[in-house]
Ligand binder design. Structure first.
Ligand SMILES: Nc1ncnc2c1ncn2[C@@H]1O[C@H](COP(=O)(O)OP(=O)(O)OP(=O)(O)O)[C@@H](O)[C@H]1O
Ligand SMILES: [Mg+2]
Length: 389
C-alpha cells in the first residue's frame, strides 16, 4: 500500500508511552506529529496550527475526552476535522458515546499498529478534497432527479442503486443529494453515519468552497459521496428552495453526476430540484393511484416549469401480477415507459434493511441488471452546459 501524503496530526494523550507509540506509527507513515497532553492543551494548539486530523485518547487528565471531542465539533474551525478516538473500553455503549460526541472512528486499546495506520489512512482519504485542479476549466456535471408522485414506489432504492452503478461504471465523481428533507432515507439505504448534513452547508451558504463541500459530503465505501438531508424534521425548514438551487449549482461543479432523491410532493423545494435536473426519472408502480397521479403530473409538468423531454418514466414492480398492464399505463400517461424494473422480492428489501445496495451485494440480480441498463442510458448522455452558479 502506498503512503498517504504528509499530514499534520494532533495526538491528545496524557499517557506518555502511548503518545510515543502513536508518534512512531505516524512518523513512519510520513506524517508530522503535534502532541498535546490534555484537552485544554489540545484546544490551545489546534487553532494555531494547521491540523488535518486529531487522535484523542480515552481517558485524559483534566478535560474529559468526550468533552474535548464535542468542543472540537462545536468550533467552526475544527468542526470538520477527522477525529479518531482510542479507548480501552470496547463496549457498544462506549463506542456509541464516542460517536455521539463526534468521533469519526473508534479504536479499542490495545490496538495493532497496522490497523491504526489503515484507519488513519482511510480517514484522511475520506477527508480529501474532491475539487478538480484549479487549472482545469469548470466542466459541469449532469443532474439526475428521481421523483414519483406517490410514496413507497421505489424512488430511493432505484436512485441509490443507479448512483452506485454509475460510479462503478465510470469511476467518476458521483454525488447523491438527499432531497427528501423531512424523512430522507439515503443514509439508511447506504448505512451512513449521521455526522454531517446539508444544514452544515446551508448555515455557511456564502462561504461554500471545495473544502467545505468535501467536509460535509459523507463518503460511502463505493466512492459515492452523499449530501444527507437534515437529521431531524424540525431542521428541514432551514433548507429553502433557494438553498436547494444553490447547492445543486455548486455540486454540479464538483461532481460529474449529481443524483437527487426527491420527496413525493409538489413543494417549492422539490420543484427546484426538478427545475435543475437534466433528467427526471419518474418512478411509478402499476397501481391505480400512482398511475392516476403520474398522469396528472405529466399533464401539469410544463406549467410547473418541467420540460417533458427531460422526463423518463420507470415502471417499478412491472411484473406485479395484480398490476395494470404497461400498455394501458402508457395510454393513461400519454408518455412512453422507458424502463421496467421487476419486483425483486426479499433480496431487495433485505439489502435496504442491511444498508448494502443490491448492485453491490448481488450484481447479477435481475433488478441490478435493469438498473445497469438505466445507468448506461444516463452515462451516454452529454450533460448540457449551464450558467455558472
Ligand atoms: N423492485 C422492487 N422489488 C422489491 N422491493 C422493492 C422494489 N422497489 C422498491 N422495493 C422496496 O419497497 C420499499 C420502498 O422503497 P423505497 O423506499 O425505495 O420507496 P420510495 O419511493 O423512496 O418511498 P418514500 O416515498 O417513502 O421515500 C423498500 O423496502 C424497497 O426495498
Ligand atoms: Mg424514498
Amino acid at each position: 500500500m502506498s503512503q498517504s501524503p504528509r499530514r499534520n496530526i494532533l495526538i491528545v494523550s496524557s499517557d506518555p508511552t502511548l503518545s510515543k507509540l502513536l508518534g512512531l506509527v505516524l512518523t513512519t507513515e510520513g506524517h508530522q506529529v503535534i502532541a498535546a497532553t490534555t484537552g485544554e492543551d489540545a484546544l490551545d494548539k489546534v487553532p494555531q496550527r494547521t491540523c488535518d486530523m486529531v487522535i484523542i485518547d480515552v481517558p485524559l487528565a483534566g478535560m474529559d475526552s468526550y468533552e474535548l471531542c464535542r468542543r472540537l465539533r462545536q468550533n467552526s474551525t475544527t468542526r470538520y476535522l477527522p477525529i479518531l478516538m482510542l479507548s480501552s473500553k470496547g463496549d457498544v455503549a462506549d463506542k456509541l458515546a464516542g460517536f455521539e460526541a463526534g468521533a469519526d472512528e473508534y479504536l479499542t486499546k490495545p490496538f495493532d499498529s497496522k490497523e491504526l495506520a489503515y484507519r488513519i489512512r482511510n480517514l484522511l482519504l475520506r477527508a480529501q478534497i474532491p475539487a478538480r485542479p484549479h487549472a482545469e476549466p469548470l466542466a459541469r456535471g449532469q443532474t439526475i432527479a428521481f421523483f414519483g408522485t406517490k410514496g413507497g414506489v421505489g424512488k430511493t432504492t432505484i436512485c441509490v442503486n443507479t448512483a452506485i452503478t454509475i460510479q462503478q461504471q465510470t469511476r467518476k465523481r458521483v454525488a447523491i443529494f438527499d432531497g427528501d428533507f423531512f424523512f430522507g432515507d439515503i443514509g439508511v439505504h447506504l448505512n451512513l453515519p449521521p455526522v454531517r448534513s446539508m444544514v452544515d452547508l446551508v448555515e455557511r451558504i456564502d462561504e461554500i468552497d471545495a473544502d467545505l463541500v468535501n467536509q460535509v459530503m459523507v463518503p460511502h465505501s463505493s466512492g459515492v459521496r452523499v449530501l444527507l438531508s437534515p437529521f431531524r424534521p424540525e431542521k428541514a425548514d432551514l433548507v429553502t428552495s433557494e438553498h436547494v438551487k444553490r447547492l445543486l449549482d455548486i455540486l454540479v461543479v464538483f461532481y460529474d453526476y449529481v443524483i437527487a432523491d426527491c420527496h413525493s410532493a409538489y413543494d417549492e423545494r422539490t420543484l427546484s430540484i426538478l427545475e435543475k435536473a437534466d433528467d427526471i426519472m419518474l418512478v411509478l408502480t402499476p397501481e391505480i393511484g400512482p398511475v392516476k397521479n403520474t398522469a396528472l403530473f405529466l399533464d401539469i409538468a410544463p406549467s410547473l416549469g418541467v420540460t417533458l423531454d427531460h422526463i423518463h418514466v420507470i415502471l417499478n414492480r412491472a411484473n406485479s401480477s395484480v398490476g395494470i398492464e404497461p400498455e394501458e399505463i402508457e395510454r393513461s400517461l400519454h408518455h412512453p415507459i422507458e424502463f421496467r424494473i421487476v419486483s425483486g422480492g426479499r433480496p431487495v428489501v433485505m439489502s435496504v434493511n442491511r444498508g448494502v445496495p443490491l448492485t453491490i451485494e448481488k450484481p447479477d440480480h435481475p433488478l441490478a441488471r435493469e438498473i445497469a441498463h438505466i445507468a448506461a442510458h444516463l452515462i451516454k448522455k452529454e450533460a448540457p452546459r449551464k450558467a455558472a452558479p
